[in-house]
Write a protein that binds this ligand. Structure first.
Ligand code: ATP
Ligand code: MG
Length: 237
């Protein structure tokens, strides 16, 4: 069953057309990757689908809800980790998790999440005192604190050390195994290879490929995803 259905989505910022008719479908329980060059429109798609930004046109359904008119209900059921999120400098890790949990009618156990993401030992550390990677982990935990059915992760592992990336991959798989649908914006082909059931490649505000990572290779299973991706982007500018 489709959990996200996006058809002909359009969004302009002043005169700049960021989304020029994006169409894609995400099935329940999959890890769906969104790839594309800087400025292609990936974050804009995620913001529209998670109810954080209003599109100009097209249709959009997430868990059967229209983010434009059923935003409150949608926000209770999705979790979003944004690429450029920030928190007040003085807030402590534990306080942030507890605060976010209070936004939801049926939150997850924030203390358990704090343990799971290795944040317990930093419970009393203030946001400003966390390194980039630890901020990232906190944002992941915050995206999960509402016990979401769909989670949007925008460049989740950018800035994480290699060990933390691997740990994160394991946690993303564990999320999927619990039935959560995961939408993952990434620039890393090893991540696509390791995690994604299907992907959409966005270029200049349009989807130029949708399918399994294997399908991107186009009949050459020994080929490199990096090469196939590069060729696709070159072909579709
Ligand atoms: N708030 C905004 N105001 C004006 N233009 C914007 C705004 N947000 C995004 N844009 C523009 O819209 C286009 C798409 O941006 P978006 O952030 O969705 O791209 P992206 O694919 O996420 O890129 P990146 O890989 O760099 O994160 C870009 O050209 C960007 O400059
Ligand atoms: Mg982005």
């Amino acid at each position: 069953m489709a959990v996200i259905e996006i058809k002909d989505l359009r969004k302009s910022y002043r005169r700049h057309r960021a989304l020029d008719g994006v169409t894609l479908t995400v099935e329940r329980g999959e890890i769906f990757g969104i790839l594309g060059p800087n400025g292609a429109g990936k974050t804009t798609v995620v913001e529209c689908a998670s109810g954080l930004r209003a599109p100009d046109g097209g249709t959009l359904r997430v868990l059967g809800l229209d983010p434009r008119t059923q935003r409150r209900e949608l926000l209770q059921r999705v979790g979003t980790q944004l690429q450029e999120a920030a928190l007040p400098d003085a807030i402590k890790v534990g306080e942030a998790l507890k605060l976010y949990a209070s936004f939801y009618d049926e939150p997850a156990d924030w203390r358990a999440l704090m343990e799971e993401w290795g944040l317990a030992e930093r419970r009393t550390t203030r946001f400003a005192g966390l390194s980039g990677g630890w901020k990232q982990r906190l944002f992941i935990a915050l995206a999960l604190v509402g016990d979401p059915e769909v989670v949007f992760l925008d460049e989740l592992t950018t800035g994480l050390d290699p060990a933390a990336r691997r740990l994160t991959w394991g946690l993303i798989r564990a999320m999927r195994d619990r039935g959560v649908t995961v939408v993952l914006v990434t620039h890393f082909m090893d991540e696509v290879d390791a995690l994604c059931d299907r992907i959409a490649v966005v270029n200049q505000g349009r989807v130029v490929h949708q399918g399994s990572p294997g399908e991107l290779l186009g009949g050459d299973p020994s080929g490199s995803l990096d090469d196939a991706y590069f060729a696709l982007i070159e072909r579709t500018v």
